[in-house]
Ligand binder design. Structure first.
Ligand SMILES: Cc1cc2nc3c(=O)[nH]c(=O)nc-3n(C[C@H](O)[C@H](O)[C@H](O)COP(=O)(O)O)c2cc1C
Length: 328
């Protein structure tokens, strides 16, 4: 009897406010392995946002809603008014967004105080109404997805949230396997996702603490998911998605050497200089180094060398000079 090999894992590049902008999306999706990305959240509070706001968050809209390597970019909206959320989703769709994602996971106090993000998880009916209104507000051809956590303070309402969402025709549901109170502290409770994979009438995407190909294998076993959203791990190891796909094919993943990653940093600085004022071009590089140092010791050494640099030319020189750790 011939056994069908298991399908390749589907990988989504997570939304990360202040980190995963169009430049970073371009660089990471160019390495390969991702099926789609999600923008940083677009805050919907009182108005129908002007078109320029959507273009700012997703410049990809001007190129068919995909990154230069052809990976679709869903627009993420965050807000609590169903009608307004639907109107903004319709506008994003009319600009060519290939999909809309709804944020119910943001733990930021300022956002939660104004009933946005994870705060909404305390009102499962409202979560459902927002999803329903957005689903009805955009053409059927445009997928609508949502991203939740297990709950706000506790996971007591998790099943109630799922029951509400099961009644809406979403395309997929991403679950960050922690409550808002658990923040970003390990572990992620992948076993909780099993309840969702059993209950939901559509696909569930696992998120939280996926740092390596073996984490994905382990998470798949525990959660029953075959789709995974990569967030901090994708920044620590730029080739993470490609490595996960290689592992699935049974080929030896050729891990990105530090030199390749440093070249990415050099390009990243250059791209930031083209898009932003010089004053703002350097900090994203430092921020990325903070993530990279979790995987590459050389990035930690380089960060110590560049942390006080504010001038982009000096930063470029420092990135291009062989790092002390490499020379040692
Ligand atoms: C700096 C930062 C910014 C984030 N911004 C967003 C966001 O805009 N929208 C969202 O849904 N999640 C956001 N998240 C949450 C991530 O998408 C993801 O759910 C979380 O980091 C857990 O995955 P991980 O353990 O693999 O990092 C953010 C996380 C971080 C660390």
């Amino acid at each position: 009897m011939l056994l069908t090999p298991p399908a390749a894992p589907r990988l989504i590049l997570a939304p990360m406010e202040g980190v995963l902008d169009a430049i970073m999306r371009d660089q990471l999706t160019a390495i390969g392995g991702y099926e789609r990305c999600v923008t940083e959240f677009v805050r919907v509070s009182q108005t129908l946002l002007p078109r320029r706001v959507f273009y700012r968050y997703a410049p990809e809209l001007k190129q068919g809603g995909v990154t230069p390597s052809g990976v679709p970019v869903f627009i993420q909206l965050l807000g609590s008014d169903p009608t307004l959320m639907a109107a903004n989703a319709a506008r994003a769709a009319s600009l060519g967004a290939p999909g809309i994602d709804l944020n119910f996971g943001c733990p930021a106090k300022t956002v939660n105080r104004s009933q946005g993000g994870a705060a909404l998880l305390r009102s499962p009916l409202l979560v459902r109404s927002i999803c329903q209104a957005v689903r009805e507000g955009v053409p059927n051809s445009v997928p609508v997805t949502a991203k939740i956590r297990l709950g706000y303070d506790t996971d007591e309402q998790f099943e109630e949230i799922l029951e509400g969402l099961a009644q809406v025709e979403l395309s997929e549901l991403t679950i960050h396997a922690r409550t808002r109170r658990q923040g970003y502290r390990p572990p992620a409770h992948w076993h909780q996702l099993r309840k969702a994979t059993q209950k939901m009438p559509y696909n569930v995407i696992a998120n939280g603490e996926l740092w390596s190909p073996s984490d994905v294998t382990q998470c798949a076993k525990i959660s029953g998911c075959d789709t995974f959203m990569l967030a901090r791990g994708a920044l620590c190891r730029p080739d993470l998605a490609a490595a996960i796909q290689s592992q699935h094919r049974g080929t030896q993943p050729t891990a990105f050497a530090w030199e390749q990653t440093r070249d990415l940093l050099i390009q990243f600085l250059e791209r930031n200089r083209q898009c932003y004022d010089d004053r703002y071009a350097v900090n994203p590089v430092k921020q990325w180094l903070m993530y990279l140092r979790i995987y590459y010791p050389q990035a930690g050494a380089l960060f110590s060398q560049v942390k006080r640099i504010n001038d982009p030319i000096q930063m470029a020189q420092a990135l291009m000079a062989p790092c002390r750790a490499e020379a040692a």
